[in-house]
Design a protein around this ligand. Sequence first.
Ligand code: PLP
Length: 376
Amino acid sequence: MQNKEDYRALEARYYMPAFSRDLMLVRGEGSRVWDADGKEYIDCVAGIAVCSTGHCHPAVTRAICEQAKRLIHCSNLYYVPGQAELAQKLVEKTGMAKAFFSNSGAEATDGALKLARVRTGRKKFVAFTHGFHGRTIGSLAVTHKPAIREPFEPLGIPATFVEYGDLDGLKRAVDADTAGVVVEPIQGEAGVIIPPDSFLEGIREICDRSGALMIVDEVQTGMGRTGKWLAIQHTRVKPDIVMLAKGIASGFPMGALLAREGLEFRKGEHGSTFAGGPLACAAGLATFKVIEEVLPSVPEKAERFRTALSSYSPRVRGLMVGMTVGDRCAEVQKRCAERGVLVNCAADGNLRLVPPLVISPAEIDRACAVIRDALS
Ligand code: PLP
């Protein structure tokens, strides 16, 4: 392994500079990671809500290695080992009817937009301010942040944005050509913004009245992150389409689209070379089992974060924690890293913690002590 400075120079020479980064992580185990200098961190970023089973969970690593020895890829021209089993598990836990896999969250969003268009025959979408749904041309059309969307316009998908929480605005924005309303049940990239249940229930009603589909983006909130398989399961709302990714396969690239009864792609309408391949499904099945085991512990861990950070008015739903820190956010992130805790600044000066679901009470206490120190 080269040292970080050499690596930085190599990257500057050969890799497109789309990211700003400083640390170089080389190893992980559970909720801990180590950088190239051997420094240890408690990881409250977890690859941005991806490594929910912790880093290199032995059951996940074993499943990937064993599958890699049997069959790495075979194409969706054939039945894929593990694909139907994982679909069954996701459908049963979420109350949806059918699944379709993708390679990422953005691709899951693209699939959702396609499914909504092809089954409703309508063209337009409504999404919300500060919402994030991905960076492909399709998913970007419903992603709000002008700085990342506008340079790539026109995107070819007519979408309008309504203030997150504004049901009257949504009523005005939805019309007879609206195929779907795309919403995060908790906004993640915006900094863990938790709406009242009445907002999500109101969207359901507006969709029911207009015939638009309710498309719930659970890419960040799904797979147990909030203490239930889906964040929408904290409410009484039944969505038409759900997107998953991030935590679904412990870091092996994978996403999924779930749809209610009666909504599905028909032959030839959608596809992908890699999506739902044998390795991803093996990682997904192993991940599913670990999450099933750890899920009951999430509410207690959430309370531990809430109590330990109570002076800073945290927004907590399961192991998704946001705190408004303001301009100091980057400095707080840096100070935490210096003291061995990784946290991340989401939008608008909001500190975001999305640690592995397997984080231990002792690790929570240690991380919160460092965060309090950095904030004080
Ligand atoms: N949707 C939400 C809510 C997300 O948080 C993200 C990524 O942060 C995406 C979609 C896009 O997922 P991906 O980066 O896997 O394309």
